[in-house]
Design a protein around this ligand. Structure first.
Ligand code: GLU
Length: 439
């Protein structure tokens, strides 16, 4: 039964249903958090136990040791990971992250999200994720190049343009992808630009790929505002993270007339109730070693205050697990667009659901990156490159389509957009699993 719900301001009226509970058990493991949501979605949708069991177990998990000669002449051995969660819908796809907290559990969780993200975005891909436990900010360019090439050589039989296709993620960029292709080409003696995506333009990269995740966040925000009968020009927004996702998202949302009142990165969080000059912030970051610290376009506030700021839209575009149970109680935004992977804990989800906050989940909201990765791979395979307008137009159409399916599944199954997104993905993966049959 549909009923009309008024949220705070009188002009915000959306259609919603009495929603099914999505409460999940408490847990420490990120992968368990994914499984908990999978189980909730599977139950609401009615997924068979067999398919649920297949999806609860990643297809392949590889751990490698990477000895690298450091600049000081000492050898350091790094841990590298790659998990292929599923190849049911096509070659596995997913980024490589460089960070100190990279571990088996995190990579497994992120790989499963990639399976669902690619399915939601209608891409002919499965899901994977990789990472190296390292602190890229403390390493020289030479050390990072040797580490990336060592990782690629160690995984040269896992990666491949038709098998498992990496991309950038936290701590990596086009630079690392160019090194990866180079090492892969040397091992396999050829030219394989489609072995990875997110490459620099000119080395097989696609126009529009760099800004794609931020662009997807912008398109998803506009689509959600439309459902809420809100006009972009009347809403305020806070963006957490000013890296590849957050900075492009803030810029593009600002271009749409949304007032960005808070931005933040790992060095500083800035608040300006009259709206931050995003162009000035971008220039500042460019000239000051990629950090916001010292930017004077607003007042500096505590990092945690950004999440509970008095704004209409919150875009967590940095780390996972930042919207906890505790924070969720204090959130004032009525719309959350998850630019990061896994920014909201399952416990916080339940609170936000009770508060009628609309959460556009990560596996939909940040799917713009992998969507344009797919376009890059298509261009690599065809050897024919598209103008940026064409990439952006195809991206926007794809994101709007994905948004509609998720929204409709959420409404049909009387659940949240997150579980609606899982159901959207499960329907496709289930079809693939059933059509392929078993051993
Ligand atoms: N790392 C990005 C993500 O989490 C992009 C993945 C890709 O392009 O394969 O979605």
């Amino acid at each position: 039964m549909f009923r009309s719900l008024k949220i705070k301001e009188p002009n915000i009226e959306i259609m919603t249903t009495k929603t099914n509970s999505t409460t999940v058990e408490n847990h420490d493991s990120m992968f368990d958090a994914v499984i908990a949501r999978l189980d909730v979605a599977a139950k609401i949708y009615g997924l068979s136990d067999d398919v649920t069991t297949i999806l609860r177990n990643p297809q392949k998990q590889v751990k490698v040791s990477l000895p690298v000669m450091m600049d000081d002449g000492k050898l350091q051995v790094f841990e590298g990971f790659r998990t292929v969660h599923s190849t049911v819908l096509g070659p596995s796809k997913g980024g490589i992250r460089y960070a100190m907290d990279v571990c088996d559990d995190e990579v497994k969780a992120l790989s499963a999200w990639m399976t669902f993200k690619c399915a939601v975005a209608n891409l002919p891909y499965g899901g994977a994720k990789g990472g190296i436990k390292c602190d890229p900010r403390k390493m020289s360019i030479g050390e990072l190049e040797r580490l990336t090439k060592a990782y690629t050589v160690a995984l040269a039989d896992v990666f491949g343009p038709t098998t498992d296709i990496p991309a950038p993620d936290m701590g990596t960029s086009g630079r690392e992808m160019a090194w990866l292709v180079e090492a892969y080409n040397k091992v396999h003696r050829g030219n394989f630009p489609g072995v990875t995506t997110g490459k620099p333009v000119g080395l097989g990269g696609s126009l529009g790929r760099d800004a794609a995740t931020g662009r997807g966040v912008m398109v998803a925000t506009l689509a959600a505002l439309k459902k809420m009968n809100l006009n972009a020009k009347d809403v305020t927004c806070a963006v957490q993270g000013f890296g590849n996702v957050g900075s492009h998202a803030a810029r593009l949302l600002h271009e749409q007339g949304i007032k960005i009142c808070a931005i933040g990165d790992h060095t500083a969080t800035i608040w300006n109730e009259n709206g931050i000059d995003i162009k000035a912030a971008l220039n500042y970051v460019k000239e000051n070693g990629n950090v916001l610290k010292g930017f004077t376009g607003g007042d500096e506030i505590k990092a945690a205050e950004l999440l509970t700021a008095n704004v209409d839209v919150l875009v967590p575009a940095a780390l996972q697990n930042v919207i906890t149970e505790e924070i969720a109680h204090h959130i004032k935004a009525k719309l959350i667009i998850e630019g990061a992977n896994g920014p909201t804990t399952p416990e916080a989800d339940a609170i936000l659901q009770d508060k009628k906050v609309i959460v556009v989940p990560d596996i939909l909201a940040n799917g713009g990156g992998v969507t344009v990765s797919y376009f890059e791979w298509v261009q690599n395979n065809a050897g024919y490159y598209w103008p940026e307008d064409e990439v952006n137009a195809k991206h926007d159409a794809s994101m709007n389509l994905a948004f509609e399916s998720v929204w409709n599944n959420g409404q049909q199954y009387k659940t949240t957009m997150r579980i609606g997104a899982y159901i959207t993905a499960l329907k496709k993966v289930e079809l693939g699993i059933k059509a392929r049959g078993n051993f």
